[in-house]
Write a protein that binds this ligand. Sequence first.
Ligand SMILES: Nc1ncnc2c1ncn2[C@@H]1O[C@H](COP(=O)(O)OP(=O)(O)O)[C@@H](O)[C@H]1O
Ligand SMILES: [Mg+2]
Length: 257
Amino acid sequence: MDSQFFRVSGVSKSFDGLVALDGVGFEAGKGQTVGVIGPNGSGKTTLFNIISGLLAADGGSVVFDGTEIMGWKPHRVVHRGIARTFQSARLFNNLTILQNCELPQFTGSTSTLFHSLAFDRGEREERERVRERANALLSEIGGGRLYPRRHDYPDTCSLGEQRMLELIRVLSVEPEIVLMDEPTQGMNPVWVGETLDLIEQQIAARGKTMIFIEHKMSVVMRIAERVVVLNHGRKIAEGSPASVRDDPAVIEAYLGT
Ligand SMILES: Nc1ncnc2c1ncn2[C@@H]1O[C@H](COP(=O)(O)OP(=O)(O)O)[C@@H](O)[C@H]1O
Ligand SMILES: [Mg+2]
């Protein structure tokens, strides 16, 4: 494994004296799928918020492909190649499904989108490329079910479809690393299966590195190659899904809550 590809080390974060993360580190090799598990409140989302630049850590380091990215602004992290989904889908409800898949592709701020809606020819060409990529992903992923509805708004989608749209959005920026925060949360078993197929066939198959937070052990067992276990902000275990599942410290952490 190329452990230099993505490495988090010694990440700590407190909120008003509450220690959410205490010296957490892990690695992901290129193309690897790493699961992050742990009881509620163990610091998983906080870890993702720090990696994606939404939250400043108190200390530690996040190195991606030889570059220290700790402390970077979120959009810079995205354009460097790390994109994420959220525990509850975060979509722009005042933009159409199609525009939701276009927006993240524009560099910089939202104003770029509106600027590029205007006149400049280079920007018009960029805009066409962006639209093409958004349309291609919408017609390809999830059996293309969102494509005919691309001019509708996200609030017309079911919860499962919204999370699918979020994954399409993430893929539209062609990231090297995809972070997913509980991608199957709140879904019925049919949607869980569909989402896992999408993750395996559309994200893993594209050679993306995936780091995902998950509660369901069955999901972890199916898609993770390696698992990192957090409890009270500390890493208590790491290894293959089977070794982690059978680890007494992990069983204790889960039963103890
Ligand atoms: N923005 C915040 N302000 C204050 N406390 C927070 C904030 N974000 C998370 N926490 C606290 O940090 C701990 C870890 O939270 P979180 O990372 O969301 O856990 P998990 O995703 O593993 O359920 C929890 O005790 C939570 O209440
Ligand atoms: Mg969480």
